[in-house]
Write a protein that binds this ligand. Structure first.
Ligand code: ADP
Ligand code: MG
Length: 331
């Protein structure tokens, strides 16, 4: 059994001018101890996928269908009371901008210890001890003094660490990080990534990381899922993705990228820009969503949705013209 199993997930939003199909039939799984990176241009449904897993989609405008199983337990349809217990205890999220999830008027020590008190039922003293321990673990110097400080007194990198401390305080089985390093400089990015790797080892958690940075993918991911217009277009191991991307969209995103294993330090390795625009998600897309931007597009691409199929071992692609030919040549 996989730690997390997402099947045919659809998350749609209603508004006056129609329905946005933010996530439209996404399936994937993550094993314990594994790191899955989700990449794709802005607006491709990465954050909505994460929010859906955590049950954080605002029910007044949006809703999810399909199945999301955590350790075999179906999460979709659970009452908010149960979801609140699962969030924080079984899974936690690190958001892109820590200020939005830290309360500015409460000390970081208070926020940390309240979280462990709530989820683990610890007493005040014990919770404070745990808060200091967590800050230590994420590499915040002078944790005992620092717990009295407020979020605005910390640097961006330190706030990220507090966020991570909050997220892992209850040893979640699943950690979801949505562009956790975007706003940070390269040195701090590396530290945060090392921290996450260390924690994965210590806590044995599975990690889902959403990122625009291919250096981050190379550094930390075991597998990669590429999203476009609310769907998965390619999914494989990180090594395979860098060595043999099959979807024209992925090939475009990779542009000129550093090779797997190359260091993050130095130049940026963000996804390349692809000419053209992401299609509107307000209309049902009954063809290849990438067709209008794809140099390989033919008639079939403009009238049939390419299914996500296994084109090579552990390598799924949704493209009518996936470039498998090169691989089929005799060695
Ligand atoms: P990504 O994280 O890949 O950049 P998102 O998952 O945030 O993309 O968004 C996917 C699509 O869903 C976008 O078109 C976005 O405008 C839309 N969307 C996200 N959240 C909402 C919401 N609360 N209400 C309506 N549409 C939304
Ligand atoms: Mg996002």
């Amino acid at each position: 059994m996989r730690l997390l199993e997402v099947s045919r997930l659809q998350t749609h939003f209603r508004s006056r001018d129609g329905i946005t199909r933010a996530v439209d039939g996404v399936s994937f799984g993550v094993d314990a101890g594994e790191t899955l990176a989700i990449v794709g241009e802005s607006g491709s449904g990465k954050s909505v996928t994460a929010m859906s897993i955590l049950g954080l989609i605002d029910a007044s405008s949006g809703g999810s269908r399909g199945s999301i199983k955590l350790m075999g337990r179906e999460l979709l349809g659970l009452p908010e009371r149960d979801m609140r217990r699962i969030r924080g205890k079984d899974m936690a999220m690190i958001f892109q901008e820590p200020m939005t999830s830290l309360n500015p008027v409460l000390s970081i020590g208070y926020q940390l210890s309240e979280s462990v008190r709530l989820h683990e039922g610890l007493g005040k003293k014990e919770a404070k001890r745990r808060a200091i321990e967590m800050l230590d673990l994420v590499g915040i110097p002078e944790a005992r003094r620092r717990i009295k400080e407020y979020p605005h007194q910390l640097s961006g990198g330190m706030r990220q660490r507090v966020m991570i401390a909050m997220a892992i305080a209850c040893s979640p089985k699943l950690l979801i990080a949505d562009e956790p390093t975007t706003a940070l400089d390269v040195t701090i990015q590396l530290q945060i990534l090392n921290l996450m790797r260390e924690l994965k080892r210590k806590v044995g958690a599975a990690v889902v990381i959403i990122t625009h940075d291919l250096g981050v993918v190379a550094e930390i991911a075991d597998r990669v899922m590429v999203m476009y217009a609310g769907r998965v277009v390619e999914a494989t191991t990180a090594t395979e993705l860098f060595e043999r991307p099959l979807h024209p969209y992925t090939i475009g995103l990779l542009g000129s990228v550093p090779k797997l294993g190359s260091s993050l330090a130095g130049e940026s390795s963000r996804l390349a820009d692809i000419p053209g625009m992401v299609p509107s998600l307000k209309r049902r897309i009954d063809h290849c969503a990438f067709a209008s931007r794809c140099i390989r597009a033919t008639e079939i691409c403009r009238n049939t949705v390419p299914p996500l199929i296994m084109k090579a071992p552990a390598h799924e692609v949704a493209c009518h013209h996936a470039m498998v030919d090169a691989m089929e040549q005799p060695i």
